[in-house]
Write a protein that binds this ligand. Structure first.
Ligand SMILES: Cc1cc2nc3c(=O)[nH]c(=O)nc-3n(C[C@H](O)[C@H](O)[C@H](O)COP(=O)(O)OP(=O)(O)OC[C@H]3O[C@@H](n4cnc5c(N)ncnc54)[C@H](O)[C@@H]3O)c2cc1C
Length: 453
């Protein structure tokens, strides 16, 4: 169910184990790399983190070279960006990680082209899943309906040995499970009410054309606005501003630019005031963290959830696509493990495990944001200790290259959270004061060798 990133990558893995994999997708896929209605978030920045790059490359060898050839910018962090967090500018020491910042539509199209070339996989485009077949013990397929426009069209059964829900954060699977008598997943939620607005601009003052590829200011409990400009494949920049419930960014022409003044420093506003808009501004307000616990006992066999349908993150941390790819790797590994029968529950547990680090980062940060609501807002005492340690990490990451490297490795999902507790990192975090940081936005990268300082 769903032919976006999570669905395509799950289909790719399952094609190695099934006679036939059918992807049911409500949209008709566009010709080429264009936005489509089923993925409205595609108009907003979509960075591909290191953990997602590794996973995609392992699933589709050669994928990153294809992405680069298609022009997707590969941006070194922190060297290539002007970054601000927790009241500090990051030193622009040599990059310890890279992100891809090209458009979401381009990335999805490249994945789609690779995956759908497999003859085992077929797609039913323009088709809605509208319910499940089966009973409390087993999902046996789905009910589908053509989106031909005829609302009286009958739904038809499509039997399957395994149904995978990759229909995104708005999934109806919990209701459909209940309708066949199966148990719904328990939902954990944390919602900060964060809202986005994004718009494409072409810079006119040259500030983002050379060594500086973009800006980004992260939000925190004291400074709840975020904003940034990230390069796209055609040389333009996708600009995002965000704020919390009650102070959502506007999508009107002038108001969008003025909103950037809420950031605690002027570079983004200054750049925007001179830049040429190339698109309207698009807003997005559904940004809650939602985790659906399909892994608990008593769930029906023959059903798995993956991607955003399993675990949706506050998009400000840029994790969802990476987790979709990492989940496909987890699916591949769970099915290939000859020591254990891949029961539905075991595989679902492996899928959930693939999203755990991203959830800990996103939920951990959002619990501290003012006005956060939801069933999982209250963390236990262990979360409070972790929160105290992580805020010291955040204070030190901008100025201390060793802490910064570990921080980025974890945040980009390429190393486990334990990397933040490695002895040199822990020493700096527990015993040292924060290292000095630039007083002004650094205009150029530091020379190689800075990491040794
Ligand atoms: C504003 C915003 C910004 C984001 N930024 C980033 C970022 O910087 N980096 C990052 O990694 N991630 C980001 N994400 C998350 C990312 O978009 C998702 O995690 C990613 O697309 C994987 O999602 P998915 O495939 O599970 O679901 P989706 O991409 O949401 O796709 C769901 C698919 O299911 C189809 N569908 C839905 N219902 C049905 C149905 N009943 N029948 C048939 N088809 C159906 C839809 O048409 C769609 O194709 C962002 C998300 C948002 C909202």
């Amino acid at each position: 169910m769903g032919g976006s990133l999570a669905g395509l990558l799950a289909a790719h893995v399952l094609a190695g184990h099934a006679d036939r994999v059918t992807v049911v997708e409500r949209d008709r896929f566009p010709d080429g790399a264009k936005p489509r209605p089923g993925v409205p978030q595609g108009r907003h920045p979509h960075v591909l983190l290191q953990g997602g790059q590794t996973a995609l490359e392992s699933l589709l060898p050669g994928f990153l070279a294809e992405l680069r050839e298609a022009g997707a910018p590969r941006v070194g962090m922190p060297a290539d960006m002007v970054l601000w967090q927790s009241g500090r500018w990051f030193r622009r020491v040599p990059a310890s990680t890279h992100i891809y910042t090209g458009s979401r539509a381009q990335l999805e199209e490249l994945v789609r082209r690779r995956v759908l070339a497999n003859p085992v996989i077929s797609v039913r485009e323009g088709t809605d899943v509208v319910g499940f077949l089966g009973d409390a013990t087993r999902v046996r397929g789905v009910l589908v309906r053509d989106r031909s426009g005829d609302t009286r069209a009958e739904s038809r059964p499509l039997a399957a040995d395994l149904v995978v829900d990759a229909s995104g954060s708005g999934t109806k699977a919990p209701q459909w499970l209940a309708a066949i008598g199966a148990e719904r997943p328990r939902e954990e939620t944390i919602d900060t009410g964060l809202a986005y607005a994004s718009r494409v601009y072409r810079g006119t003052n040259g500030a983002l054309d050379g060594e500086t590829r973009g800006y980004y200011a992260y939000p925190d409990p004291e400074q709840v606005h975020a904003g940034g400009a990230l390069p796209l494949e055609d040389g333009s920049h996708l600009v995002i501003v965000s704020g919390l419930r009650g102070d959502e960014p506007p999508t009107g022409d002038d108001e969008f630019v003025t909103y950037a003044k809420r950031l605690p420093h002027p570079p983004l506003h200054r750049w925007l005031a001179e830049a040429e808009p190339l698109s309207p501004a698009f807003g997005h307000r559904r940004t809650a963290n939602i985790r659906r616990r399909h892994d608990l006992p008593g769930r029906p066999a023959g059903f798995l959830a993956t991607g955003d349908a399993l675990c949706t993150f506050n998009p400000i941390y840029g994790q969802g696509m990476a987790v979709a790819a990492m989940s496909a790797v987890a699916l591949r590994d769970a099915l290939a493990d000859r020591r254990r029968t891949p029961t539905t529950r075991r595989v679902q547990q492996a899928l959930l495990a693939a999203s755990r680090l991203a959830w800990d980062i996103s939920a951990g940060a959002d619990r501290k944001m003012p006005g956060a609501v939801g069933t999982a807002v209250d963390g236990g005492p262990a979360d409070q200790v972790a929160g105290w340690y992580l805020s010291r990490v955040q204070e030190r990451a901008p100025g201390d290259p060793v802490v910064g490297r570990a921080f980025r490795a974890v945040l980009t999902l390429s190393e486990p959270i334990t990397a933040l507790f490695a002895p040199p990192v822990a020493r700096a975090v527990l015993f040292g004061p924060p290292a000095p940081t630039p007083t002004e936005p650094p205009a150029a990268p530091e020379e190689p060798g800075a990491l040794a300082q």
